[in-house]
Design a protein around this ligand. Structure first.
Ligand SMILES: O=C1O[C@H](COP(=O)(O)O)[C@@H](O)[C@H](O)[C@H]1O
Length: 277
């Protein structure tokens, strides 16, 4: 599963003001930006372009959001895009912490303040968990909401899933070595022993992640360099959760900044511009 690193060491600096280089690493389109500040607008344009496509082809745009550093990036970049019509959007969460919405750890609570309110996305267009339930009930309830929103599909096919990656290689609330990595039946699973607090969460499982039309990882900062090397360059170590996200039909982007890319061997260079992602 680990990507091969063919022509090692061929880094190229492009003229584009925003992208230094892109690489195709075993189906992953890796795009490196000089900094997170330049990555953010490109992410927003990528989301907007996939939204346009989905709206014209299917009349709605479904997006799965992750927590962590993505919240403020999206909250800053999406609302300032001109002419973005969100009336056909339906947003869900790739994972969520089982805490009240007004708790600072609630991903829904953060997005409500930083994104939904600024973009006039009403609660009726957001698939959120019910934090009053037990973690088991909450996962079942959230899975039921997804099934209702995607009635024609056994496994929901989101237009875009936005994912982060922790320094241990986790994505969503799928942590290295955890039994949930082998879940193949449930579309949403509970976890009550998350190594990263808070311990109780619900998470989409790999069948959902790998069914999406487009998955976009965002990873920035030097603290991610070591784990990014393991995920993107491969090697002898264990296959980390983030490396197991390989959509069977869909696109897979890794948008990263130079500090995060600093340990990588990018095998193929391809000129491009952020507008064309
Ligand atoms: O706990 C979580 O962490 C990951 C990664 O967050 P980041 O701040 O390192 O980008 C996040 O994607 C996930 O949704 C969240 O629950």
């Amino acid at each position: 599963m680990g990507p091969s690193s063919g022509s090692a060491g061929k880094f190229i600096k492009l003229c584009s003001p925003t992208i230094h280089y892109t690489a195709d690493m075993s189906g992953r389109r890796v795009v490196v930006f000089p900094s997170a500040a330049e990555l953010g607008p490109a992410l927003a344009h990528l989301v907007a372009s996939r939204a346009d496509k989905a709206l014209s082809e299917r009349g709605r745009f479904t997006i799965g959001l992750s927590g962590g550093s993505l919240v403020s990036m999206l909250g800053k970049e999406l609302p300032v895009l001109p002419d973005l019509d969100c009336s056909g959007w339906l947003a869900g969460f790739c994972d969520e912490r089982l805490v009240p919405f007004d708790d600072g750890e609630s991903t829904y609570g953060l997005y409500k303040n930083e994104l939904f309110s600024k973009m006039n996305i009403p609660d009726s267009r957001v698939l959120a968990i019910d934090p009053s339930l037990t973690v088991q009930e909450c996962a079942e309830d959230y899975a039921g909401k997804l099934k209702k929103a995607f009635p024609k599909e056994d496994i929901p096919v989101f237009d875009v899933l936005l994912l982060g990656m922790g320094p241990d290689g986790h994505t969503c609330s799928l942590f290295p070595g955890h039994a949930l990595l082998e879940e193949t039946q449930k579309i949403v699973a509970p976890i009550s022993d998350s190594p990263k607090p808070p311990p109780q969460r619900v998470t989409m499982t790999f069948p959902v992640l790998n069914s999406a039309r487009c998955v976009v990882f965002v990873s920035t900062g030097g603290s991610k360099a070591h784990v990014l090397k393991q995920v993107l360059d491969g090697g002898d170590g264990p296959v980390l959760p983030a490396a197991r996200v390989l959509p069977s039909q869909g696109e897979l982007f890794w948008l990263i900044d130079e500090p995060a890319a600093s340990s990588l061997t990018l095998p193929v260079e391809r000129q491009g511009s952020a507008a064309k992602l």
